[in-house]
Design a protein around this ligand. Structure first.
Ligand code: ZN
Length: 341
């Protein structure tokens, strides 16, 4: 579990005073920069049994268990739906996801299990580490249950939480954690990493991702490039998107990404209108400027809010086709010269 190059300094700084590690830390920052991976690298390093290791050595017994995913003194807590996605990426049969409405929240049962883990003696006599993400998925009851654990954890306990939106967390939860802000990595560092990952057009991918390298890598995959091409072609249509027709092709597996591309496009419309440039989709700059001129600014801001909310709910068992149809029609209204308020 080696840290990303852009996280090495933050990790080293945190671990420089290892005997003064906080018992709870909230890792926050923009999405797509690898905050969860930072949390895992932190956990692996804290648990590593090689004396003085600055990052996890990768060879000791502890590192071996960690890499196998069965270190007895490490727990990772995340919503069931996210856990399922990580275990069975992309290849699952169509419709399988629709049948099971997996939980998007961290449930109180999960936090109760965590309390047991924290209360037991450690197996290896060293640290115990809990990694919980995303922290904003904690239900109110779960957050309250976790507060108790955060109040008086046993010595040599590290509870790391990860959040894109720390403002959404209970203030009492935030106040019990040391805040660790991870910034967007430097462009040169991100580009070099993307090249090492074999991304063919790293500059374009990084721009589309707003500077976030992990997101850029995901956006550069062939499936994602195809989805992007289809969504942007639809949004660029001079007469407006064919909402009814396009929505029939949107399903649960593509909804969130479709909404993401719509939102980046709307951001470019807003930028084109307000600042005269585009950020995400340079190759569509002409189409974006043309639509931005006719757009209703208030309606665009409202659409941006709706898209953000819809993306948050996108893995819920809702009707992907109806939702995307509704949003595409809102887009048409917001960007037509005769836009209605
Ligand atoms: Zn090790």
């Amino acid at each position: 579990m080696t840290p990303f190059p852009w996280h090495r300094a933050a990790l080293a700084q945190l671990l420089a005073a290892r005997d003064r590690l906080p018992h709870a830390i909230l890792i926050h920052g923009p999405g797509g920069i690898g905050k969860v991976e930072f949390g895992r690298a932190l956990a692996a390093t804290v648990l590593c049994e090689t004396p003085g290791a600055k990052t996890a050595c990768g060879t000791c017994a502890s590192c071996h268990w960690f890499s196998q995913g069965n270190h007895p003194d490490f727990r990772e807590v995340l919503p069931e739906a996210a856990a399922e996605e990580e275990e069975a990426p992309a290849v699952e049969a169509e419709g399988a996801r629709a049948e099971k409405a997996k939980s998007l929240v961290i449930k109180i049962d999960q936090i109760r299990a965590v309390a047991d883990f924290i209360a037991l003696t450690t197996h290896r006599g060293g640290y115990r580490v809990l990694l919980l993400h995303p922290a904003e998925a904690l239900q109110p009851a779960s957050a309250n249950a976790l507060l108790k654990t955060l109040e008086e954890p046993p010595p040599r306990t590290l509870i790391a939480m990860v959040s894109d939106r720390p403002a959404r967390l209970l203030p009492t939860l935030r106040s019990r954690c040391r805040m660790l802000a991870l910034p967007m990595p430097a462009r040169s560092e991100a580009l070099q990493w993307l090249r090492e990952q074999g991304v063919a057009q790293p500059e374009a991918a990084l721009a589309a991702a707003g500077g976030a390298p992990l997101l850029a890598r995901d956006l550069a995959s062939p499936e994602e490039a195809e989805l992007r091409r289809r969504v942007l072609a639809e949004l660029a249509r001079p007469g407006g998107a064919d909402a009814l027709q396009f929505a029939t092709a949107v399903d649960r597996t593509t909804l969130e990404r479709t909404l993401w591309w719509m939102q980046t496009w709307v951001h470019d419309l807003l930028r084109a209108r307000l600042a005269g440039d585009v950020r995400h989709h340079e190759e569509f700059a002409a189409a974006i400027r043309a639509r931005a001129r006719a757009a209703d600014l208030d309606a665009l801001f409202e659409l941006d809010r709706e898209l953000a909310e819809a993306r948050r709910l996108a893995t819920h068992p809702l009707n992907a086709r109806l939702l995307s149809e509704h949003l595409l029609m809102a887009y048409n209204r917001a960007t037509s010269a005769t836009a209605q308020k």
